[in-house]
Design a protein around this ligand. Structure first.
Ligand SMILES: Cc1cc2nc3c(=O)[nH]c(=O)nc-3n(C[C@H](O)[C@H](O)[C@H](O)COP(=O)(O)OP(=O)(O)OC[C@H]3O[C@@H](n4cnc5c(N)ncnc54)[C@H](O)[C@@H]3O)c2cc1C
Length: 413
């Protein structure tokens, strides 16, 4: 038998970012939410997809920021913040939808939106003064400013209690000294949320205070941006502060409340972050499934070889269970119920499924998936970090197991 396709070019099976594999009317979303999904997807197809390869190739931070700002200005900033403050005025489920659609083409819009509208705007919305909201938060949400958050330090990775950056009160100011590493948007930011040790003698949960730093302040320095394995176009920065003076009016929350400021946002942040991992997973699944119907080897489409068909089955299950976990978690947040265990489970499971599914897609598409003719290699390079940042898989397992054991002790009574 002659083989109709010697090679299957990417253009022949070009993904429409889930338009093929994800129905427009998913049953667990309302009609309004499904319509919103399609609206955000249209934006991603028109405004993001055409630029992802070029951004990756040129490591183009400026274009990344430009696209991210455009997305924020179009109303996809942060759906959990009301419209009158510059947010999307919906809820965590809508934010999950935005994250999925924005991440489906690659890590371009999220590179701006996550540090700016999640890591910085959300804590200001929850803990900020009216002045901080008007002067900083609204500009972040409307796509005027770039933001980020500086938690990680040389001695403080998974263990935030290792923070060594100090904040000392001096008159109406606080004086900050220290280093921050691996800060998303660090070199591009107008404002950064900085966590610093304000009371070394206090118990761990009261040691830190958070501040909004204007990056034009003297003493703030970008040491370098790290060259990265993936996420081309994202600035991941090493930052230094030497006698940086921050007015007390830019303190976020009370002195000693920094740890609480950081922890408060984790449930909604992780619930919505599920979308960041589902987006690329869905893209790769769609490419692999289409390819398996087109590529002929041994006289039949490769999908008919059980080894390939069963891989697709497993990919589908990982995608669907990730979606259901994300949906359940976002709904719990929207009901204002605690979702710490659930959001950690979601972050852990969906990020690991994403890495797995992308690897499976590469295996199915074969040699050509290892080339830049297909986007799978780019998505894999981006995705490898998903199990590390935002709390490693090990930290999530620690949170989940502590929560289970705490609950189980109560079941004994
Ligand atoms: C692309 C990217 C973007 C990032 N963005 C930001 C940002 O915007 N702001 C910010 O502040 N930080 C950011 N980070 C930093 C990120 O949050 C940290 O890298 C992460 O928290 C892990 O810290 P670490 O790299 O120091 O690893 P470490 O904490 O040194 O951990 C190394 C390994 O040891 C394991 N480990 C550590 N402690 C334990 C334990 N008790 N039990 C079992 N295993 C353990 C970890 O799970 C991991 O596998 C970013 C990082 C990357 C790569």
């Amino acid at each position: 038998m002659t083989e109709p396709f010697k090679r299957v070019d990417y253009e022949e099976i070009a993904p429409r970012l889930g338009s093929s594999c994800m129905p427009e009317d998913l049953p667990y979303f309302t009609d309004d939410e499904n319509a919103f999904r399609m609206e955000v997807r249209d934006f991603a197809i028109k405004e993001i997809l055409p630029y992802v390869d070029q951004i990756d190739e040129n490591q183009d931070k400026k274009l990344t920021t430009q696209i991210g700002k455009k997305a924020a200005a179009a109303g996809y900033s942060n759906q959990m913040i009301p419209k009158e403050w510059g947010g999307g005025g919906r809820d965590c489920t809508a934010e999950l939808i935005v994250m999925e659609e924005m991440a489906a083409p690659g890590w371009v819009a999220p590179a701006h939106l996550v540090p700016t509208c999640t890591f910085l705007a959300m804590p200001i919305y929850s803990h900020g003064t009216e002045e901080q909201k008007k002067n900083v938060m609204m500009g972040l949400l409307k796509g005027e400013y770039v933001g980020g958050m500086g938690m990680t330090e040389p001695a403080a990775g998974s263990n935030v209690a290792g923070t060594e950056t100090t904040a000392v009160r001096d008159g109406d100011d606080w004086v900050l000294n220290g280093e921050k590493r691996f800060i998303g948007n660090g070199s591009q930011a107008d404002y950064l949320l900085m966590y610093a040790l304000s009371d070394p003698e206090a118990k761990t949960s009261k040691k830190l205070t958070s501040f909004i730093l204007d990056t034009k302040t003297p003493g703030f320095e970008v040491v370098k941006d790290y060259p990265l394995m993936g996420m081309g176009g994202m600035a991941l920065s090493w930052l230094k502060m030497t006698d940086v003076r921050i007015p007390d009016s830019m303190r976020l929350g009370e002195p000693g409340q920094g740890f609480e400021v950081a922890m408060n946002e984790l449930d909604p942040e992780r619930a919505a972050a599920g979308g960041l991992f589902i987006g690329p997973m869905r893209t790769a699944y769609e490419i692999a499934a289409k390819y398996a119907t087109q590529r002929i080897q041994f006289g039949t489409p490769i999908g008919n070889h059980q080894a390939i068909g069963f891989r697709l089955s497993d990919m589908f299950i990982k995608l669907e269970t990730s979606r259901l976990l994300a949906w359940r978690c976002a709904r719990t947040v929207d009901m204002h119920k605690p979702a710490t265990k659930e959001s950690s489970a979601l972050k852990l499971y969906t990020s690991e499924c994403c890495v797995d599914v992308l690897g499976e897609a590469l295996q199915i598409v074969g040699g050509i998936a290892y080339t830049k003719d297909y986007p799978i290699e780019r998505l894999i390079r981006d995705a490898r970090v998903y199990t590390l940042f935002g709390g490693t898989s090990e930290m999530q397992r620690m949170i989940i197991s502590r929560s289970i054991l705490g609950q189980a002790a109560k079941w004994m009574k």
